[in-house]
Design a protein around this ligand. Structure first.
Ligand SMILES: NC(=O)c1ccc[n+]([C@@H]2O[C@H](COP(=O)([O-])OP(=O)(O)OC[C@H]3O[C@@H](n4cnc5c(N)ncnc54)[C@H](OP(=O)(O)O)[C@@H]3O)[C@@H](O)[C@H]2O)c1
Length: 231
């Protein structure tokens, strides 16, 4: 989904910092876009490592005038991990592993706000700053209807609360922060049976959320189609 965010934003003429765990991986993803004349800055970022986040934004502060949008898209789902026991250790009560659950909450729930923390100096230089973090319907407590999935579901519920806490704290600075459920999307994580293409999901989030939200919406949980998601 991250590649599609970059594709659609550059098509709109935005200058986009494309990140991946390594600089080589980011450059590989950026190459076809750069060939089409898109304005892409490939950079390394491991969102689970605060030193990596701090280093990226320190460097960007010298390169960019401002940052209008942060998309916290990177995420992990233990079901996709090469070690099949990891999923069971975050899903099945009888096998529940506190460290595995906590690691998932840390990456998906806490680190997006740490990214925003380091992006603050650049966001403050924007006239319409927005932090958009990708949540999930699985993070909705009110809508939860299936047992288990302690790691992933709790990580996205944590993200929703972390974001709301941040949004209220940033309101006076005029910085908007929202969480969005992208729908069920055809990616490695979503699988081929998913109902939305990345183009539909990202296009929906751009038109219905990025283009529309204002400070009164800060802290809210949206669907990709712009409607509000139940908590
Ligand atoms: N697909 C869906 O139906 C769906 C539904 C609801 C929510 N979401 C959420 O949507 C977002 C995008 O998911 P997706 O479907 O595109 O999943 P994906 O195909 O599994 O892609 C996830 C991306 O996150 C990157 N990532 C994971 N940990 C990282 C780290 N520590 N540092 C840097 N990058 C990291 C992965 O990089 P590597 O390849 O290097 O690991 C990968 O590129 C996630 O937050 C996910 O939870 C997806």
């Amino acid at each position: 989904m991250g590649a599609e965010w970059v594709r659609q934003l550059t098509q709109r003429g935005w200058r986009v910092v494309l990140t991946a765990r390594s600089r080589a991986k980011a450059e590989e993803a950026a190459t076809p876009l750069l060939a089409e004349g898109a304005k892409v800055l490939p950079r390394a970022l491991d969102v689970s490592d605060e030193a990596s986040i701090a280093s990226l934004f320190r460097a960007l502060e010298g390169e960019l005038e401002a940052l209008d949008l942060v998309v916290n898209n990177a995420g992990v789902n233990p079901k996709d991990h090469p070690d099949p026991t990891l999923f069971r250790r975050t899903f099945e009560l009888t096998e529940l592993d506190p460290d595995a659950v906590t690691e998932c909450i840390r990456t998906n729930g806490v680190m997006p706000v740490i990214v925003a923390k380091h992006a603050l100096p650049l966001l403050r230089r924007s006239t319409s700053p927005l932090v958009l973090s990708i949540s999930s319907w699985l993070g909705s407590i009110g809508e939860k209807s299936m047992g288990g999935h302690y790691g992933y579901a709790t990580s996205k519920a944590a993200l929703n609360m972390m974001n709301r806490a941040m949004a209220l704290q940033l309101r006076d600075a005029g910085i908007v922060a929202v969480v969005v459920n992208p729908g069920w999307v055809q990616t490695d994580m979503g699988g081929a049976r998913a109902t939305l293409t990345t183009e539909e999901s990202v296009g929906g989030m751009l038109r219905n959320v990025v283009d529309r939200v204002t400070l009164v919406d800060s802290g809210k949980f949206f669907q990709w189609d712009g409607s509000e998601h139940p908590w």
